[in-house]
Write a protein that binds this ligand. Structure first.
Ligand code: KIV
Length: 272
């Protein structure tokens, strides 16, 4: 199957804004290493997110909190080397931007300089306004992230749907409008009611990319190992698994072990 590739040689933050105005949906997936990013980019994805979900799916941590700035730079630089067409957005990890705006700018500059990423993503609204403004003033494109923000998981206590109550929904709309006014080029909305996400997307001129936020937004993002079925321990409603790689990879590895044990591998043609 070949993808519906948008008509852009190289995706930029401006291409994404144009896509929204032209009614073209934006495709985004995470990647954390060269080999996977090479496949994702070659398939025609618009945006690769080097998400701090690397903390879970690459490093095996329970939350996104432990991953460090150095580790994010390592993942991002591998992805950037593979991305010939996609826009590469890199998550600023927990602790690298919340304490003060100068530190936030230093972290964003390190990501841009040392990984070659094209933009950064930060979680939160007005509470991190000074950091966002400082990064934007330095000419670094910023993607916002509202709704379920996994870096605040210990404040929420659970990974359940956010902004179901009016008060939280109103704050989310205010934050989204604030992020647009501040100069963010796009926003991720994670795990919120579809009606609310649609309302936000209709009010903003910048693209709104959803994960667990319904189809009324301007694009979708999923975590790559989840959509490929490499992970299988959880099944949130929003997650469509396009493959069951966990089963296929396990089968292949079991077959290899059997072949080695039975001296079926390598055979005559597979040796020098
Ligand atoms: O880190 C990540 O993978 C993300 C997506 C879930 C949007 O932020």
């Amino acid at each position: 199957m070949s993808a519906i590739k948008s008509n852009y040689k190289r995706i930029t933050v401006k291409s994404l804004i144009d896509m929204k105005s032209n009614g073209e949906k934006i495709s985004m997936l995470t990647a954390y290493d060269y080999t996977m990013a090479h496949i994702v980019d070659g398939a025609g994805i618009d945006v690769i997110l080097v998400g701090d979900s690397a903390s879970n799916v690459m490093a095996g941590h329970e939350t996104t909190l432990p991953i460090t700035l150095d580790q994010m730079i390592y993942h991002a630089s591998s992805v950037v080397r593979a991305a010939k067409r996609s826009l590469v957005v890199v998550d600023l990890p927990f602790g690298s931007y919340q304490s003060d705006p100068k530190e936030a700018l230093r972290s964003a500059i390190r990501i841009m300089k040392e990984s070659g990423g094209h933009a950064v993503k930060l979680e939160g609204g007005k509470e991190i306004k000074d950091s966002i403004k400082r990064i934007l003033h330095a000419g670094i494109p910023v993607m916002g992230h509202l709704g379920l923000t996994p870096q605040s998981i210990y404040k929420f206590g659970t990974y359940t749907v956010r902004a179901k109550e009016d008060q939280e929904a109103e704050k989310l709309i205010e934050d989204a409008l604030f992020l647009e006014r501040s100069g963010c080029f796009a926003i991720v909305l994670e795990k919120i009611p579809a009606d609310l996400a649609r309302k936000v997307a209709e009010q903003l001129t910048i693209p709104v990319i959803g994960i667990g936020a319904g189809n009324g937004v301007d694009g979708q993002v999923l975590v790559l190992p989840d959509m490929l079925g490499m992970t299988h321990e959880f099944n949130p409603r929003f997650l469509r698994r396009y493959l069951n790689l966990h089963e296929q990879m396990t089968g292949a590895i079991e077959q290899y072990i059997t072949d080695v044990k039975n001296v079926d591998f390598p055979n005559e043609e597979e040796q020098y």
